[in-house]
Design a protein around this ligand. Structure first.
Ligand code: 13P
Length: 252
């Protein structure tokens, strides 16, 4: 695949936000997604909203934010990929830094989750990212590329797996890395993907996530090897999310 031929992909991650009333945001988001034909858009919602969201906005891919690695079993409180697919999820995030931290998920866990999601027919957004201390110590690229090497399934391909680079210190803080640092990291991720999966790496999308908003999206999405965004806070309302979709269309 020629460089530059990757379609931009903007995914929202509502995290633990959203009640039934929030579904009114979906219609304008779906309309913007339908209108911007050059951009793929998805929303990863709390599990409780997935079925209703998939019904309410059938053209908008709705995803989950995690899945369990087992098909079923004695895992109180967990949800399997097949269960998510059954209620209308088309994708799931795995390996978000909040889960790596709050649930102590390891790279091996995340790899198993990605494999389980793929087996259930879901696409996967696989997250990676360094802490501020790791960046300050000059270890950011080594840590992120190691996360990918250890958590990406061996048979990963661009038609079902997307990488999301989210520097932990930029999540929810309003701080965004220099575009030169984003370019350096995304370039390093692309090189690591080439080591791992060969030419397929050139088709795989690498999203940036961390305080992306309508004001900075155009600049971030123009950076080399940035193929879209994984958006937290600014995906919660159509007012804030639609401008990011439009910026991605403009950068396509
Ligand atoms: P914010 O856009 O709120 O910084 O969150 C980013 C993120 O963690 C998306 O997964």
């Amino acid at each position: 695949m020629a460089m530059g031929a990757r379609r931009k992909f903007v995914a929202g991650n509502w995290k633990m936000h959203g009640m039934a009333g929030s579904l009114s945001e979906l219609q304008p988001i779906a309309a913007a997604a339908d209108a911007s034909k050059s951009v793929d858009v998805a929303l990863c919602l709390p599990s409780t909203l997935i079925a209703r969201a998939a019904d309410a906005a059938p053209t908008l891919p709705i995803g989950a934010q995690d899945c369990h690695q087992a098909e079923h079993g004695a895992h109180t409180g967990c949800v399997s990929a097949a269960m998510l697919a059954e209620v209308g999820a088309r994708l799931t995030i795995v390996g978000h830094s909040e889960r790596r931290q709050d649930q102590q998920e390891s790279n091996a866990d995340i790899k198993a989750k990605a494999e389980a999601a793929h087996a259930a027919g879901l696409s996967v957004i696989l997250c990676c990212g360094e802490t501020e201390a790791q960046r300050d110590a000059g270890q950011a690229i080594a840590r992120v590329t190691a996360q990918i090497a250890e958590s990406m399934p061996d048979d990963a391909s661009a038609d079902w797996l997307t990488i999301a680079y989210e520097p932990i210190w930029a999540i929810g803080t309003g701080r965004v890395p220099q575009t030169s640092d984003v370019a350096e990291m995304h370039g390093a991720i692309r090189m690591k993907l080439r080591d791992l999966i060969g030419e397929e790496a050139d088709a795989m999308r690498i999203l940036y996530g961390g305080s992306m908003n309508g004001g900075n999206a155009a600049e971030l999405l123009a950076v080399s090897d940035v193929d879209g965004g994984l958006v937290g806070g600014a995906s919660l309302s159509a007012d804030k999310f639609v401008p990011i979709i439009e910026a991605a269309a403009g950068a396509s």
